[in-house]
Design a protein around this ligand. Structure first.
Ligand code: PEP
Ligand code: MN
Length: 280
């Protein structure tokens, strides 16, 4: 029997025993955790305004409701493109406004929370920062929804406890995102843990997204895993899209072209319908 740790004798705030009904997070008229699936799409990194605008226009046309893009990128090598920083945030906010799409971007440093919150509708905590308790505590004091990605090798309990840090601070607007975990398998970037999606939906009232892009690292696997994620009960997906993946400054090999994204949207629709959910 799986049991979440308790909160000084009472149920944890993330727990279904604390709140039986699903949490729904409303962002500018879009809902994450409702019957309609939330689709978040955009490039890994914001590279310039033109590329972001083209991507946003195309993914919106296919039915994505949120625009993603990183301004602060947690790159493995310090010599890789690190993101445009504040300039990237400004571009993201402008394009989101123009396209009428709520935007989501990652914060890496707790000193940047205020700045990121000024430009972004939703704040992302990346996998590498899931264990950054100082950052989580500070996000508990903001009024912005937070997407909390699962840590590279985090257990489900560690992930839920990381979410609890944000809830315990007073911010109940947390969205979990399964993005694959480290395994012995070298042919995929990570291993998508779909059982975690089903289990977290049992244990917690928080919405759960799946990021099939980082979970696989392989373009051709993104659509099959998006379909599987929805069948497993995910409340939405986050997908990397770039108009010219071969020229992308990060994660090109896992980025879909707009055409590929359009095919993904067509492929997930019947899966969503089969389980009584809609896309958008
Ligand atoms: C991202 O979404 O761009 C990202 C860096 O993801 P993760 O933190 O899951 O690796
Ligand atoms: Mn990426």
């Amino acid at each position: 029997m799986i049991k979440l740790a308790s909160r000084e004798g009472s149920e944890m705030l993330v727990s279904r025993n604390h709140q039986a009904e699903d949490s729904q997070i409303k962002v500018k008229g879009c809902i994450i955790g409702g019957n309609q699936l939330a689709v978040i799409a955009g490039p890994c990194a914001i590279e310039n305004e033109e590329i972001l605008k083209e991507t946003a226009f195309k993914v919106r046309g296919c039915g994505a409701s949120f625009l993603r893009g990183g301004a602060y990128k947690p790159r493995t090598s310090p010599y890789s493109f690190q993101g445009l920083g504040e300039e990237g945030l400004k571009i993201l906010a402008r394009v989101g406004e123009e396209m009428n799409m709520p935007v989501i971007t990652e914060v890496m440093d707790s000193d940047d929370i205020e700045l990121v919150a000024e430009y972004s509708d939703v704040i992302q905590v990346g996998a590498r920062n899931m264990h950054n308790f100082a950052l989580l505590r500070k996000l508990g004091k903001t009024d912005k929804p937070v997407v909390l990605k699962r840590g590279l090798s985090a257990t489900i309990e560690e992930w839920l406890l990381a979410a609890e840090y944000i809830l315990a601070g007073g911010n109940m607007q947390v969205i979990l995102c399964e993005r694959g975990i480290r395994s012995a398998e070298p042919w995929t970037r990570n291993t998508l843990d779909l059982s975690a999606v089903a289990l977290v939906k049992e244990l917690s009232h928080l919405p759960v997204l799946v990021d099939p892009s980082h979970a696989t690292g392989v373009r051709s696997l993104v659509t099959p895993m998006a379909k599987a994620a929805i069948a497993a009960g995910a409340d939405g997906i986050m997908v990397e899209v770039h108009p010219h993946p071969e020229k992308a400054l990060s994660d090109g090999e896992q980025s879909l072209t707009p055409r590929g994204f359009s095919q993904l949207m067509k492929a997930i629709e019947p899966v969503a319908r089969a389980i009584g959910r809609g896309v958008r």
